[in-house]
Design a protein around this ligand. Structure first.
Ligand SMILES: [Zn+2]
Length: 92
């Protein structure tokens, strides 16, 4: 747990876009969270390890079962189309 340098209140992680900030619940003070800071928030970010492992296992089993070479090729094409579309938008 990290405490606010201004008022000493408890600070909690807030996600803004890709950056995670620590925000004071008491006075609203915000500071950019470093990875080191976030390690103190294991409880907040905790996912059930057992559940996580099971989920990962299930996903890889599904992938193995369903991903034929054809499907992989199609997935690749879709990915490239998506990238090109985005680049096109940037160009305009
Ligand atoms: Zn504060």
């Amino acid at each position: 747990m990290k405490y606010c340098p201004k008022c000493g209140g408890p600070m909690f992680p807030v996600k803004k876009g890709k950056t995670i900030y620590l925000k004071c619940r008491r006075c609203g003070y915000e500071m950019k969270a470093t990875e080191k800071d976030l390690k103190k928030y294991k409880v907040v970010h905790k996912t059930d390890e057992k559940e996580k492992v099971v989920t990962t296992k299930v996903i890889s089993q599904v992938r193995k079962a369903s991903a034929s070479p054809d499907e992989l090729e199609r997935a690749k094409e879709e990915y490239y189309e998506l990238v090109l579309d985005q680049l096109g938008e940037y160009g305009e």
